[in-house]
Write a protein that binds this ligand. Structure first.
Ligand code: HEC
Length: 127
């Protein structure tokens, strides 16, 4: 009886936790990565950076470190609403996702990079 009650409590706790967690949308992450991140990379000497160039672990570390361009700036700045606002007149993806909360969009991109990584479910190029 006691263990049944504990199980029930655990089930309720798990349900409410999963209701809180944001379910990342890798497809939205892919659109943003290809339209915003890649379009700038190809216009620079760095060139396109394929998700499949790194492992899932590398990408997780990269996104968590939040450093960009050899540490000169933050990668999160390019995901921010402020940045999307700045480029949205010339960038369809930035316009379409103009109001998505920063953290959600960041999770979406991380989900796409995880999926598209060298050792991910479906290694992806950037275009
Ligand atoms: C405004 C232009 C621009 C945008 C937007 C941009 N990048 Fe970059 N990125 C660069 C440049 C330039 C470099 C090369 C910097 C260097 O080698 O000094 C770079 C390098 C990188 C690298 C190689 C490692 C590093 O940090 O040096 C990764 C990975 C990367 N960018 C990821 C992203 C992701 C993810 C996004 C989108 C959320 C993004 N970038 C958006 C210009 C941009």
């Amino acid at each position: 009886m006691k263990s049944a009650r504990i199980l029930l409590a655990a089930a309720i706790a798990a349900t409410s936790l999963s209701a809180l967690a944001y379910d990342a949308d890798w497809k939205r992450g892919r659109v943003y990565y290809r339209s915003v991140c890649t379009s700038c990379h190809v216009a620079n000497p760095v060139g396109s950076i394929n998700p499949s160039a790194k492992t899932m672990g590398d990408w997780a570390t990269y996104m968590k470190a939040d450093k960009h361009a050899k540490g000169k700036e933050k990668v999160s700045q390019y995901i921010s609403k402020t940045y999307r606002d700045k480029i949205k007149s010339a960038n369809k993806a930035a316009e379409k996702f103009a109001d998505v909360p920063d953290q959600e969009l960041s999770d979406d991109i991380a989900a796409f990079l995880k999926k598209g990584a060298k050792d991910g479910d479906s290694p992806a190029s950037c275009s």
